[in-house]
Design a protein around this ligand. Structure first.
Ligand SMILES: *Cc1c(COP(=O)(O)O)cnc(C)c1O
Length: 456
């Protein structure tokens, strides 16, 4: 028992319902506002972008949402994902803590992203949609939606942030193998992309710009909708399958997490592992400490403002209240491309505001150090994004060592790094640096936040 390493669940134990934390919030979230009227948006305002079923999932306060059988059937290809106990890492750290990780790298795209990509493609297909437009940073989301599009016969166009497009040609090859079209963003394909390139032809791109391009394409064509890989409530909802499975597996391991750690780009893999546990705490159960780990070069939770902002740079999206660095902020080109977003999921932001989670930021090099230590002990080479979660878990384990406490730590190993070898080559060559953002640019981006009348 004590030496078991791998906790597997039978296929029949794939959850039948996702968990919606909106049902258990002590205070409801701030409404999403229409930027023209400053009034709360209704379902019809979002209809050009998303199928109605996803819009309803965005706003529902039902505690559980049924997972459609065709989606569960596809989940069977890689779910339930394994939970591991990191015995060798524990030993290397000399910690009395027990470290567990849920491994989402077993999916076809190599990360947690297909958990929502498959669900979103399903609901779009049900609504008769033929084409989806989306953005991608590192290429994880683009390849996940490309895969899901192939399963449901939907054409997928992906705007990939240019620095990642250049750094990661194999991610693009994967998207194209699944049949998607992949363009570097800013691109000449959209009005907004052309406007950005005119001002700065060598623009490295950002998720905010790529989102604007994808939204522009979706708004202009009736047969096309938009899909987002993180941030939105329905995306976080779909990812809760990770935490729901982990709950069953922690029971098998005969323990329960005192600490839960996840990395945060837009917040979805973090929410996926943490929300089911936080929800149980809100309903009177155990309350684990929950730590969100973000990059110091794009620190929305630790340095951003909790304010209404646009989700994109061209200001085509509604206004949501979230931790933001400002929608015009361009994060520096560090390697964890999936964490280069100016905002944070409104639900994750709300939980931080309620004091239900903690947030920390780490530098690029120390995160790669952690990822390498993980690879040398546990064998899996994490994605650069996941290195942040590994770093966070190691810091917790070292704290346990200092305090002589044998706590149980659970973290989300949200993806493998097999498409990120260029980053690891820079690391081995000693060329990786800690990126810092420009304080002036951040101040400017924050000064440009939209002004919204106080609602409550
Ligand atoms: C996309 C991605 C992230 C960041 O997105 P979240 O919504 O914050 O999860 C983190 N890790 C990996 C491996 C990713 O692909």
């Amino acid at each position: 028992m004590g030496s078991q390493t791998k906790y597997l669940l039978d296929e029949s134990r794939i959850p039948k319902r996702w968990y919606n934390i909106q049902a258990d919030l002590p205070r409801p979230m701030a409404p999403v506002l229409h930027p023209g009227t400053m009034q709360p948006v209704g379902p019809d305002d979002l209809a050009p972008l998303f199928p109605m079923e996803l819009i309803m999932q965005e706003v529902t306060t039902e505690r559980e949402v049924e997972i459609p059988e065709p989606v569960r059937d596809i989940y069977r290809l890689w779910r339930p994902s394994p939970l591991f106990r990191a015995h060798r890492l524990e030993k290397a750290l000399g910690t009395p803590a027990k470290i567990f990780y849920k491994y989402e790298g077993v999916s076809p795209a190599g990360s947690h992203k297909p958990n929502t990509a498959v669900a979103q493609a399903f609901y779009n297909r049900e609504a008769g949609i033929k084409r989806l437009a989306t953005e991608t940073g590192a290429g994880q989301w683009g390849s996940s939606l490309a895969y899901a599009g192939a399963l449901f016969g939907i054409d997928v166009t992906v705007f990939q942030v240019r620095v990642s497009y250049d750094q990661k040609p194999y991610r693009r090859a994967l998207m194209e193998s699944y049949g998607a079209r992949c363009l570097p963003s800013p691109s000449t394909e959209t009005e907004y992309g052309r406007a950005v390139l005119e001002k700065r032809p060598d623009h490295p791109g950002s998720l905010g710009i790529a989102i604007s391009e994808a939204v522009e394409v979706a708004v202009k064509r009736d047969d096309t909708k938009y899909a987002l890989g993180s941030v939105l409530n329905h995306v976080l909802l779909h990812q809760t399958i990770v935490g729901l499975e982990a709950m069953e597996q922690m029971k098998m391991a005969d323990t329960w997490p005192d600490v839960i750690v996840g990395c945060t780009g837009g917040g979805s893999n973090f929410a996926g592992i943490a929300f089911p546990f936080i929800g149980e705490g809100l309903r009177g159960g155990a309350k684990p400490r929950v730590v969100a780990v973000e990059p110091a070069a794009c620190p929305s939770l630790t340095r951003g403002r909790f304010a209404y902002d646009f989700g994109d740079t061209a200001h085509m999206t509604p206004l949501t209240k979230m931790h933001t660095l400002g929608s015009t902020f361009t994060p520096p080109g560090f390697h964890a491309g999936g964490l280069r977003y100016h905002g944070m999921a409104p639900l994750v932001s709300h939980l931080l505001d309620l004091g239900l989670i903690d947030a920390v930021a780490y530098q690029q090099v120390e995160c790669f150090d952690a990822g390498i230590q993980f690879a040398r002990t546990e064998g899996i080479l994490p994605a650069p994004e996941a290195n942040h979660a590994v770093k966070g878990a190691i810091e917790e384990a070292l704290r346990c060592k200092r305090e002589g406490r044998s706590e149980t730590i659970l973290f989300n190993l949200c993806g493998h790094g097999h498409f990120d070898m260029a980053a690891y080559m820079s690391y081995s060559a000693g060329e990786l640096t800690n990126q810092s953002y420009s304080e002036e640019e951040l101040a400017m981006a924050l000064a440009g936040l939209p002004s919204v009348p106080e609602t409550s």
